[in-house]
Design a protein around this ligand. Structure first.
Ligand code: CP
Length: 353
């Protein structure tokens, strides 16, 4: 039984296989029309989405499978207080694969403990978004011919931007990648990501200015300031609009530098950048559909597991992160893992009490 919760769970050869499959699907989609014939995907979106929700649905339909689900949790029994565990037990009885997006960090990992079928993390709060990373790596590899030996600038809200965290996890599996982490100090990558980079010997430089580093970059990965994740509205007001990529700023970039963005954008990339050949963010979203087709063709065809392993009952809250799934689902076991030599919550990577 396999789930796809965190890109860090994937071995490099497994990613290479998925990339190869995605490329084959792009080149000959007619060969995959029946790859998921008879399979059913459950699509559980507790948070808004355009690309991830629709590209997963399109992916399953293009593979010959079918889809059910929701994009408004208030239309489900979650609104009556049903637990995540009970929801997943039900849904995994009806489907062959479960795709879920939630505002709660670690929720997909929690769901995987109780699911009879593979669970795919389609974004869990400000934590991880591994299938966006599949789109990102596919874009970089298709456009530049490699994802090794690159200078990559990650710019914007690196604290709450889950796509950034997953991309860093993934690039630990590649050689010679150097990062410029471009953010205001209060939106820098979380401690657990910095510990991860140090533990994995990933060179990085933290800066606040975009213009000074842009000439050095092979990839500029812009992100939105994630308004919905701010507890303090004043902190959002202080940081909104802090980075805006314009055509003038791009004049100093390499001729083949990629401008990427997971989207949606607000104001961090001026609209006139869209016509620059280096702007690949709309293509990136389309690659995401093919990458998700590759993933579904593998996971939806896995044998169903009738009995899920017994899960130890939790006895105490262990995670300090108020957005962690363990805060609202008290039956979850107090799972702990090590990052950078420190114990942290195995659901959300947060610090422990
Ligand atoms: N990139 C991304 O996750 O977009 P959506 O929120 O629209 O799914």
């Amino acid at each position: 039984m396999r789930h796809f919760i965190d890109f860090g769970d994937l071995l490099r050869p497994e990613w290479d296989q998925l990339y190869l499959r995605a490329s084959q699907i792009m080149d000959a989609p007619e060969d995959y029309l029946d790859a998921c014939r008879g399979k059913v995907m459950a699509s559980l979106f507790y948070e808004p989405s355009t690309r991830t929700n629709f590209s997963f649905q399109a992916a399953m339909l293009r593979l010959g499978g079918t889809v059910f689900g929701f994009s408004d949790p208030n239309s489900t029994s979650a609104a009556k207080g049903e637990s995540l565990k009970d929801t997943i037990k039900m849904v995994s009885g009806y489907a062959d694969v479960v795709v879920m997006r939630t505002p709660w960090e670690g929720a997909a990992r929690a769901a995987s403990l109780y699911s009879n079928v593979p669970v795919i993390n389609a974004g869990d709060g400000g934590h991880m978004h591994p299938t966006q990373t599949m789109a990102d790596l596919t874009t970089i590899t298709r456009q530049l011919g490699r994802a090794d030996s690159l200078s990559i600038g990650l710019c914007g809200d690196l604290k709450n931007g889950r796509t950034v965290h997953s991309l860093i996890k993934a690039l630990a599996k590649f050689q010679g990648v150097r990062f410029f982490l471009i953010s205001p100090p209060e939106l820098a990558v979380p401690n657990y990501m910095r510990a991860f980079m140090e533990e994995n010997g990933m060179p990085f430089t933290q800066v606040t200015g975009l213009e000074a580093v842009i000439p050095q970059l092979d990839v500029l990965y812009m992100t939105r300031i994630q308004k919905e994740r701010f507890v303090d509205p004043l902190e959002y007001e202080r940081n909104k609009g802090v980075y805006v990529l314009t055509r003038r700023k791009l004049e100093r970039a390499k001729e083949n530098m990629l401008v990427m963005h997971p989207l949606p954008r607000v104001d961090e990339i001026a609209v006139d950048v869209d016509d620059d050949p280096r702007a690949v963010y709309f293509q990136q979203a389309r690659y995401g559909m093919f990458a998700r087709m590759a993933l579904l063709s593998d996971l939806a065809n896995q044998p169903r597991r009738e009995q899920t392993p017994a899960v130890e009952i939790g006895t105490r809250p262990v995670c300090c992160n108020p957005r962690c799934i363990t805060q609202s689902q008290p039956y979850l076991p107090p799972l702990v893992k090590k990052t950078g030599g420190r114990d942290c919550c195995a659901f959300c990577d947060g610090a422990l009490e």
